[in-house]
Ligand binder design. Structure first.
Ligand SMILES: C[S@@+](CC[C@H](N)C(=O)[O-])C[C@H]1O[C@@H](n2cnc3c(N)ncnc32)[C@H](O)[C@@H]1O
Length: 199
């Protein structure tokens, strides 16, 4: 059976690759591997999220389900005053996210674990995610959304990208139910970015 990109400990051969790309006007290099999400190129949803994300001026940002670290690394590059955390369940992704921070000359705290478990009681000024839809909405994505308010300071934001015709309506419903508000802050290529504010 083929392995999923959200395996905790991938057993597929660790075949490395390098993605060179421009995001938000800066050049980045990301080392990738088989067994992680988007191992050939930056995913279109990730790109839309990165190009449209609204970063706080200061404080902590969580890239939840960071994969090889694209979102968190761009955030750290755009605003070095931020304390960026990146977490993922996949050990290979976490190890690449960690080395990719160094490769791109930024600092971030990178931790492995399920959902919000690796951040403990930490609170954030922004939680941003391209969620693992293939891991299951009820099993993983709903708890990612439902768990967000407890890890956000008042007045902060939650941003999520999803393919409009692959769960977009369901996720917007869960976000609305959780936060009592949401806006579509960006759209393109069949994806939408939803932004909700923690009251
Ligand atoms: C769609 S990918 C996005 C990766 C990266 N943020 C990007 O945009 O390139 C979702 C990520 O969530 C991770 N993931 C899956 N289940 C998880 C869980 N229970 N807790 C934390 N991360 C999880 C996967 O391993 C994967 O790296």
């Amino acid at each position: 059976m083929s392995e999923h990109y959200f395996s905790e400990s991938p057993t597929s051969p660790d075949e490395r690759g390098l993605i060179r790309t421009k995001l938000r006007g800066f050049d980045f290099e990301f080392e990738t591997s088989s067994g992680v999400f988007s191992h050939k190129r930056v995913d279109s949803g990730t790109r839309l999220l990165v190009e449209s994300m609204t970063l706080p001026e200061r404080g902590r940002v969580l890239d939840l389900g960071c994969g090889i670290g694209v979102v968190g690394i761009v955030a750290a590059r755009l605003n070095p005053a931020l304390e960026v955390w990146m977490t993922d369940v996949n050990s290979r992704a976490v190890s690449l996210a960690e080395s990719n921070t160094k490769r791109n000359g930024v600092k971030a705290t990178v931790r492995q674990g399920n959902l919000y478990e690796p951040v403990g009681g930490a609170k954030f000024d922004l939680i941003i995610t391209n969620p693992p839809m293939s891991a299951g909405i009820d099993a993983v994505v709903r708890p990612m959304i439902k768990g967000a308010p407890a890890h956000l300071v008042g007045g902060s934001a939650f941003q999520l990208v999803v393919q409009s015709n692959k769960g977009g309506r369901t996720l917007s419903g869960i976000i609305d139910e959780t936060f009592g508000n949401f806006e579509v802050t960006s759209r393109g290529g069949g994806f939408r970015v939803f932004t909700a504010k923690r009251p």
